[in-house]
Design a protein around this ligand. Structure first.
Ligand SMILES: Cc1cc2nc3c(=O)[nH]c(=O)nc-3n(C[C@H](O)[C@H](O)[C@H](O)COP(=O)(O)OP(=O)(O)OC[C@H]3O[C@@H](n4cnc5c(N)ncnc54)[C@H](O)[C@@H]3O)c2cc1C
Ligand SMILES: NC(=O)c1ccc[n+]([C@@H]2O[C@H](COP(=O)([O-])OP(=O)(O)OC[C@H]3O[C@@H](n4cnc5c(N)ncnc54)[C@H](O)[C@@H]3O)[C@@H](O)[C@H]2O)c1
Length: 452
């Protein structure tokens, strides 16, 4: 028997860290467990290492755009091993730092895979069985299974972000965030990159018109984007792989690559948990069935947060928000519901694309009365001073209340500017509030008044 707790948390990512800190600060006896190094996806295998690689890629693109505009850098190239070493300066210390954080707060931290063995009991591999009044499922997500033969040859985000050398020819299967971001990094680092997207366009989470404008930067970077393209199978061929693809018309084409990357979606990582042993029910999609308080109705001892819960978009700030909500409900009784209004999202391409609030299609579906301003503004100073032609926006404002309903941006600095629109949406600010705010000039935010 490994112990008896107020709260056992399965996972050690963002949701787990926030939940464990909050519960322990409230005087609860807490345990966490993870079969991987402590830190979770965002810090070790996702957002943070990825964005450090984007830093290098951004500099390469800055140099390209500023050549003949005052920057002379004939030898500029990216050293992948050095960039990875830079990334590890951040990622390597994290597991130990987290272990110290847990120890310092009296939280028991185990290294082992967890599975339910009862309604209030979890077996941790190598440790034994723990019992708890509450159990939080913060187990995150894993790459979705792929339907074609040879899928086992694909590497995941985790392996891509640990590559010691960048192979010369890379194919990304899928067309969402990971394909968009990794393709921009790899292309700037010198690889020849192709994206195979089953759907009709990339980045379906973002405004179609703005994604259209962004596609120019994919082409500029030499990324070969194939849409409406299914993978038939992947075979090993010498040191590399042959990827057989089929277009909608049925035309087949074989493509060669040294590395094939899974970028085709992630699903909650629930299988190993053996939820049946705890009576925790799932819905028809296989996701956890949860009530409005992030609690399992079939086993009220169990709550969930973040990518594993999948009640909001699978993003880091959502994992953190869910964890706060779930822990408050455990401690104070079910009173708090997650509030996903105004969650901004960014794909860190070069330049980035960002979105918050309602899309144009959603606003039309809801029959809202809104005014829409949309423009490609390559000629605005913000774009011209960094020689970046991709810059544009689409902003929706409610006609009756003047409140901002949605904002969609592509171009320089939009990864920061989107947060101001997020603030407006979450706290009900009006277009007039934003227009009468003085933003430092010249910054990306100083364009906001002209977008409304
Ligand atoms: C490549 C990539 C880039 C991303 N970039 C961004 C970004 O820029 N911005 C953003 O907002 N979001 C980004 N995301 C999404 C973000 O990383 C996730 O939404 C977030 O990390 C989820 O946090 P979590 O705590 O819910 O789960 P995780 O951080 O995934 O933590 C779950 C942990 O549980 C452990 N675990 C699973 N099952 C068990 C078990 N049975 N027993 C014990 N432990 C278990 C796992 O090992 C894992 O460490 C990115 C994701 C990826 C893959
Ligand atoms: N910047 C960020 O916030 C960020 C970055 C990376 C990942 N993430 C999170 O991680 C999750 C996973 O990212 P992702 O890019 O893997 O998923 P995604 O859901 O963003 O995109 C997956 C895409 O792959 C396509 N697809 C699915 N199966 C396919 C197949 N067999 N062949 C070709 N295409 C196929 C889908 O049509 C979809 O467009 C995202 O939902 C996101 O929330 C966020």
């Amino acid at each position: 028997m490994a112990g008896s707790y107020d709260l056992i948390i399965i996972g050690s990512g963002t949701a787990a860290m926030v939940a464990s800190n909050r519960a322990s600060a409230a005087g609860r006896k807490v345990a966490v467990t993870d079969f991987r190094p402590f830190g979770g996806t965002c810090a070790l295998r996702g957002c943070d290492p990825k964005k450090m690689l984007v830093t290098g890629a951004q500099v390469m693109d800055d140099i390209r755009r500023m050549r003949t505009r005052g920057v002379v850098a004939p030898e500029a190239r990216m050293s992948w091993p050095e960039l990875m070493a830079f990334k590890r300066t951040f990622t390597a210390p994290i597991p130990e730092k987290q272990a110290r954080n847990y120890a310092g707060k009296g939280i028991d931290a185990f290294h082992g895979q967890a599975r339910f063995v009862g309604r209030n009991a979890v077996a941790i591999a190598g440790e034994g069985v723990c019992e708890a009044r509450h159990i939080l499922i913060a187990a995150g997500a894993r790459p979705a299974p792929l339907p074609f033969p040879g899928a086992e040859h694909l590497v995941t985000n985790e392996e891509f972000l640990e590559l010691e050398e960048l192979p010369p020819r890379i194919i990304l299967v899928g067309g969402g965030y990971i394909a968009a971001e990794f393709s921009h990094i790899a292309a700037r680092a010198g690889a020849s990159v192709a994206i195979l997207q089953r759907g009709e366009r990339l980045l379906t989470q973002f405004d179609p018109e703005l994604v259209g404008w962004l596609m120019e930067s994919f082409h500029e970077a030499g990324i070969d984007v194939r849409t409406r393209r299914a993978v038939v199978r992947v075979e090993k061929a010498g040191h590399g792989y042959t990827v057989l693809t089929r277009s909608e018309t049925g035309a087949e084409e074989a493509m060669e690559a040294d590395l094939v990357v899974h970028a085709a979606g992630r699903i909650p990582d629930l299988e190993p948990l053996q939820l049946d042993a705890a009576g925790v029910a799932r819905d028809e999609r296989g996701h956890l069935r949860l009530n409005a308080f992030l609690q399992s109705p079939s086993n009220p001892a169990v709550y969930a947060a973040g990518d594993a819960a999948r009640t909001g978009p699978p993003l880091t700030p959502v994992s953190s928000h869910d964890a706060k909500v779930a822990v408050r409900n455990m401690i104070e009784g079910n009173q708090y519901r997650p509030d996903y209004r105004g969650v901004p999202s960014v794909a860190f391409t070069i330049p980035p694309i960002a979105s918050v609030g309602l899309s144009e299609a959603e606003a039309r579906q809801r029959n809202l009365r809104f005014r829409l301003r949309s423009q490609r503004v390559s000629g605005w100073y913000t774009a011209r001073r960094v020689a970046e032609p991709t810059y544009g926006f689409k902003v929706l404002v409610d006609e009756d209340t003047d409140r901002v309903l949605g904002a969609h941006l592509v171009g320089p600095h939009v990864d920061e500017v989107i947060n101001i629109f997020g603030l407006a949406i979450r706290h009900g600010l009006t277009a007039e509030d934003l227009k009468t705010t003085m933003f430092a000039y010249p910054t990306g935010a100083s364009d906001i008044g002209y977008m409304l």
